[in-house]
Design a binder for this molecule. Sequence first.
Ligand code: NAD
Length: 548
Amino acid sequence: MSKKQFNVTSGTELRCKNWRAEGLLRLMENVLAVGEDPDNLVVYAALGKAARDWPSHDKIVESLHKIEEDETLVVQSGKPIGILKTHKQAPVVIMANCNMVGQWAKAENFYEWEKQNLICWGGLTAGDWQYIGSQGVIQGTYEIFMRIAEQSFNNNLAGRLILTAGLGGMGGAQPLAGRMAGAVTLCVEIDQERIQKRKDIGFLDVIAKDLDDALAQVKTAMAEKRAVSIGVHGNAADLYEQILERNIIPDIVTDQTSAHDLVYGYVPATRSLDEARAMRKSDPQTLMNESRASIVRHVTAMLGFQKAGSVVFDNGNLIRTHAKDGGVADAFNIPVFTEAFLRPLFCRAIGPFRWIALSNNQEDIRIIDNYILKAFADNRIVTNWIHLAGENVPFEGLPARIAWLGHGERTQLALAVNSMVRDGTLSGPVAFTRDHLDAGAMAHPNIMTENMRDGSDAIADWPLINGLAMCSSQADLVAIHSGGGGYSGYMTSAGVTVVADGTDDADVRIELSLTNDTSLGVMRYADAGYEEALDEAEKKNIRHFNLA
Ligand code: NAD
């Protein structure tokens, strides 16, 4: 196999027959350009892949080059299956990634079927080419820290310490979000290369020599109330225990190692990184057992911090679930971030919405920032974020921005951008996507839908309805994903992408898909009985049947 190059494409020259296909192709190139292990097609979250294998990748590229405007490419778990004759308003790509039948949806089956090349995991935003680098979760992480500041620290994190772990694709957002929130952030990471990568791309400030050095730097920065992020090499299970033993109690504690995957993600404290990597193939069962045992220690230390007064939360990586399976009965005393901090936003379908400048022109993002500052001047969360992001968040790959926008706001922004593409204010088309972790798009009983008011935590109809509705609303790409690896059987979600190419047809696609997407989000929470969602439905004329 020839060595692949992982570059993004710039400019406005089309290789495909239209911008809808070209845009999706550029997004696929982008997830590899900013991904964690592109040689193996891995984008983030240990195993989240852009395509099943290289022949599948190459066939997707070839298909996007050739596809006509009245055709739809079908992808099954990262492998292109064929092209259907559809019509001009149909999606360019539809895909289903890693969906296994209920009783069979187990990690062991996933690994076996992956080995047989029958399936691959698309993560949330890897398989459907929506990942935009570590900044994809940065506002979510920042908003969590700010909610905690509001609830527990008088709105001020100056001189406060956040302890976390994991500097991978998503976890890498934590140090920058912590700095933007004004705190001192200490990040433990087992892979030296990942620490260096986050420093090189401007997400991490300082690399400490060892734990002593890190804690000395933490102490000085806290005393000076200086916002700084410090990375330290080590295993989180070991270092969390050692920090607790030294009676250093951070103000906030979380973790974003890839704990969901006990084989390909989490590295147990009993193994070096290289040993763990070798065991992934040679002895996955032993590795799985050792990872679970380490997570037991890791979460026990987190509970120790909680008892000593830290605000501790699960950051969406199943660490509590594995700890509980390993015997930590009170693991779920640690709340999950969605329920603890963000659910009122999801009730109004306010969630992580992204846009990507397909021409690779950073100026386009700045023009859109300026539009938002004027058009959403009354929305302090959004304007504050756009200022902060413009000043602090470096671009990775195709220039992109994320902001938490809700019903109506997303449609308004995308229509305005489409008109700026049309009149030449922007130098090229712009793609819009949102995270799967969005109001109407995810069932995940240990993350997104934990403790839903009506008990509907594990009902996966919602993301399936979302995917169907996005196809009937003319989106350009629609994906239905379920968990793989350690997430097998834990989640189902839907993804959507729309390309604003400046055409009148794009106006229709934007209006229908983005409006219906957030309508469904509000309906999902209204149906579960949340007052904020019922209120939003009434205020925004969302036609939800309020049946008991
Ligand atoms: P990743 O695989 O890119 O990075 C994980 C990092 O954890 C790696 O750098 C790895 O070396 C490190 N690590 C593993 N075990 C460790 C240990 N014991 N001690 C210290 N470091 C260790 O994964 P990612 O994309 O950063 O995602 C991290 C987790 O967050 C995943 O479980 C993912 O599913 C979850 N996630 C949550 C959200 C959210 O919205 N909160 C979003 C995306 C991903």
